[in-house]
Design a binder for this molecule. Structure first.
Ligand code: NAG
Ligand code: NAG
Ligand code: NAG
Length: 491
């Protein structure tokens, strides 16, 4: 057999796989393609990949034989058992130092496990988030690889050249250890849910609150897309709102208001609860989809539950629209603040050394949440990689202060109108909680001690003989003793 020529192999010739192969080929790499249904390989070589350097393989053995060492093989197959099955099929043909890369939508605990399993066998594993859909795969996705650190030098060139580029910088960098690549992709998707919900709330306020129509709202989004909100999602929203059906009616108004979800937003919310981090905006975005899904029940409720009379807006419309832009911007700052807090907390727990500036850089292009804003987050973490939260960064601190008055006016007005703003409102509630030196958790602690003898600590400086410093104190609140104890109630 001739000397291996393949720089990288790819298993799974669905559209994503095909596009990623063609993209890597364009960047000068020799890709070896394999699909379980081997006729797909021949079809691909005879059609889409005709005239390229792409090589085909009709068996896993042939695939591995055609790859230069250390072998690099990307799996783009359905998340779950299929990934483990292909890893198992590959193992007999792999040698120490070879790299298996899972580019699918795997849940990060699986990637943690696979890293450990492969490393125990002397192999290397990479779990890589791939974002940007079919279009991104073909012309430059956002790539978020993490896993065996030793794999990065071997895949860096291919990954960074294949990824989207923004101002000459690749939207791909090493994320960190074990499952961190897929973790960061999960958080990316959660943030995407949040961004979309915020935009939807702004649309609702403009439409039902100010009473303006889709084409005018499209113009507002187009204007916003030239400022601090400049992003892919704002851009496509303007395009969607301008898109009319054949009868001239905005098509969006004919779409049933029941949102679907595939689960990555939910995963992020669950991860947040597990980590004990207040990622409230993504949580609300997931719940807003859940509420949307019970359409029939909402229709029945709308007949029997009244809200406030919605009077015509009498204030300065342009001022209100500017306020709304600031409300969206500030809420978005909170959402990303929360997302990065979650990644920090998880990194601490799992001993990951996450590259936060790199993560923001990876999201700047090639993916759904790409925006100018992510350049500012990159700068914040480049200035200080140990930044406690984005709100401590000068740029974002100033931005959120500037936005604050308009943000409050918008939410107050929406409340008076009875227009739901779960994402805007939770962002503001988080902001007000985060900036509060004192929150009413003293009362919660008293309640917990009253009914459950859960004990509390004293505010430094307020100690006395009854309330000693540094001790877990329990008070006999009723003077009657009582038959409650921590073992009978917990909260
Ligand atoms: C093979 O290709 C088809 C599409 O042509 C794709 O749906 C399938 O996931 C691929 N499967 C594997 C395991 O290679
Ligand atoms: C939308 O509103 C603008 C301004 O009131 C108006 O000129 C335009 O005709 C309206 N478009 C539609 C489709 O109703
Ligand atoms: C609480 O105080 C009362 C009255 O002084 C006393 O009778 C009772 O034993 C105390 N209960 C406990 C659990 O310390």
């Amino acid at each position: 057999m001739s000397a291996p020529v393949g720089d990288i192999g790819l298993i799974g010739l669905a559209v994503m796989g095909q596009n990623l192969i063609l993209n890597m080929n364009d960047k000068g790499f020799t890709v070896v393609a394999y699909n379980r249904t081997t006729s797909k390989v021949d079809d691909f070589l005879a059609n889409e990949a005709k005239g390229t350097k792409v090589q085909g393989a009709h068996s896993i053995q042939e695939l591995c034989a055609k790859l230069k060492r250390p072998r690099k093989i990307i799996l783009l197959v359905k998340a779950g058992p299929a990934v483990d099955s292909f890893i198992q099929q590959l193992e007999p043909y792999l040698e120490a130092g070879d790299i298996v890369i899972d580019g699918g939508n795997s849940h990060y605990p699986d990637s943690i496990r696979r890293t450990q399993e492969l490393e125990a066998k002397g192999l290397l594993f990479v779990g890589s988030g791939v974002s940007g859909g079919e279009e991104g795969a073909r012309h430059g996705p956002s790539l978020m690889p993490g896993g065996s650190n030793a794999a990065w030098p071997a895949i860096k060139e291919i990954f960074q050249k294949t990824a989207a580029q923004v101002n000459g910088e690749p939207c791909c960098d090493w994320v960190g250890e074990t499952g961190s690549g897929h973790y960061v992709k999960m958080v990316h998707n959660g943030i995407e849910y949040g961004d979309m919900q915020l935009i939807a709330e702004a649309y609702d306020i403009l439409k039902r609150g100010l009473g303006i129509n889709e084409s005018e709202i499209a113009d507002i989004f187009t204007t916003w897309n030239k400022g601090v909100l400049d992003s892919f999602l704002i851009e496509i929203t303007a395009n969607i709102l301008k898109f009319n059906d054949d009868d001239g009616v905005p098509l969006v108004t004919k779409i049933l208001d029941k949102a679907g979800q595939k689960g990555t937003g939910k995963w992020t919310a669950i991860a947040a609860l597990d980590a004990g981090t207040a990622v409230t905006l993504i949580g609300e975005a997931v719940f807003a989809r859940c509420l949307s899904a019970i359409k029939d029940e909402r229709v029945r409720a709308s007949k029997v539950i009244n809200g406030p009379q919605r009077d015509a807006f009498r204030g300065d419309k342009q001022q209100f629209i500017d306020d709304l832009e600031q409300a969206l911007y500030a809420s978005k700052i909170i959402s990303y603040t929360q997302g990065f807090m979650l990644m920090r907390e998880t990194a601490k727990e799992l001993n990951w050394n996450l590259n936060y500036a790199g993560i923001a850089r990876m999201w700047r292009g090639g993916c759904i949440i790409k925006s100018v804003f992510l350049g500012d987050i990159t700068s914040a973490y480049e200035k200080n990689k140990d930044l406690e939260s984005l709100l401590f960064d000068d740029f974002f601190n100033k931005a959120v202060h500037k936005a604050q008055p308009g943000w409050r006016r918008v939410i107050a007005q929406a409340c008076l109108w009875g227009i739901p703003t779960p994402a805007f409102s939770t962002a503001l509630a988080f902001f007000d909680g985060y900036r509060s030196e004192v929150v009413p958790a003293n009362l919660l602690q008293a309640q917990r001690d009253y009914f459950g003898a859960h004990t509390f600590r004293v505010v430094p400086g307020k100690e006395n003989s009854r309330l000693p410093k540094g001790a877990d104190i329990h008070i006999n609140w009723t003077g009657r003793g009582g038959n409650v104890s921590a073992s009978s109630y917990s909260a």
